[in-house]
Design a protein around this ligand. Structure first.
Ligand code: ADE
Length: 338
């Protein structure tokens, strides 16, 4: 996405010097829009660490939209009782549809037409209606198919690192935070490209889930981590081959994660609470370190996420090692770990 299509960071409470920083023309800027009834939830979240840096450097913009701004009654009502009875309240479709229209988001059927038939609706220019998004006029081509509208809900498909990688390749992701018992299903049907869940538990709303998605995606954007290799080598990373040297020829003491969990990490002091850092990590033998780390990855994955082993990229040596670890665990009996 080029500069002219980029929006500025509009989160309140982000220090002024981090705001309105222009994105260099050559860089690519990804845009997140979050629609929520709790816009304040996100303010501190984006003020720290990698997210703050990615925002400050203009790799990404995040706009948080208060759903209540798209209501028209005195009480700014966003929810109502479910048809058919039952517990709880459901987010009404109209404020969500209006919020999406204000962002230039057309129904998904139109968006899939590569932007050729999809236009910013004329209604957006009507008095009292939501206005066309900044920089867009009624009749302009709607956003490209490199946009996604995602509903966060406990009923969604599980969010994975692979999905985070797919989203990181897009221009724009719009996240709808569900609340109460859910969102009127017609919004899902008309606008949402997918429904995502961050895990098999029920949260009180989609805000935490949206924050998780933004974090996981943003850190994959080129330049976000500083060290480009970092995200490749952590748990679920894409790299699966041994890399012997880095760009300056220094041996790497890492293996690609190849679908396994990451190995344990240690830092100074070498001894803490009577526990010493594994000797292998202290002696500078990079080959030994790589072997130790790979073994630890296998041990941790076997102990914590054995399901991942089914699809992990395993060499013959890995499989042999795994068999040995399994045998060792069996000998130690139940209740032992690692
Ligand atoms: N809303 C409530 N529970 C959720 C979950 N597990 N993932 C995403 N959104 C949610």
């Amino acid at each position: 996405m080029q500069l002219e299509n980029c929006y500025w960071l509009t989160l309140k409470h982000i220090p002024r010097r981090l705001m309105r920083k222009p994105v260099p023309l050559s860089s690519v800027c990804m845009r997140f829009d979050i629609v929520t009834i709790f816009p304040g939830f996100f303010t501190s979240f984006f003020e720290n660490g990698i997210l703050r840096r990615a925002l400050a450097e203009g790799l990404v913009t995040v706009d948080v939209h208060d759903l209540r701004a798209f209501t028209h009654d005195r009480h700014r009502t966003v929810d109502d009782r479910p048809f058919g009875g039952g517990e709880g309240m459901v987010l009404k479709p109209a404020p969500l549809a209006e919020a999406l229209a204000s962002l230039g988001i057309a129904p998904k059927a139109e968006r899939l037409c590569q932007g050729t038939t999809s236009v910013v609706p004329q209604e957006l220019q009507k008095e009292g209606g939501a206005s066309a998004p900044e920089g867009m006029l009624a009749g302009d081509p709607a956003p490209s198919p490199r946009d996604r509208v995602i509903l966060l809900s406990a009923q969604g498909r599980p969010f994975t690192q692979a999905m985070a990688r797919e989203l990181a390749a897009l221009d724009r992701v719009v996240l709808l935070c569900g609340r109460y018992e859910g969102v009127d299903e017609r919004i899902n049907e008309i606008y949402c490209d997918m429904e995502l869940s961050i895990g098999d538990y029920v949260l009180s709303g989609g805000e935490l889930a949206a924050a998780v998605v933004v974090d996981a995606v943003m850190r994959l954007l080129p330049g976000a981590l500083g060290n480009e290799a970092s995200s490749e080598f952590e748990s679920f990373g894409v790299a699966d081959a041994e890399i012997d040297t880095d760009v300056v020829g220094v041996p790497r003491s890492q293996y690609g994660a190849g679908g396994l969990l990451d190995y344990p990490h240690y830092t100074r002091p070498a001894e803490f609470a009577g526990l010493r850092v594994p000797e292998t990590l202290l002696n500078g033998d990079h080959h030994g370190i790589r072997l130790w780390r790979r073994e630890q990855q296998l041990r941790k994955t076997l102990a914590n996420r054995p399901d991942l082993l089914e699809h992990a990229a395993l060499s013959k040596e890995d499989r042999k090692l795994l068999d040995a670890i399994r045998l060792e665990t069996e000998k130690q009996g139940p209740g032992t770990r690692d």
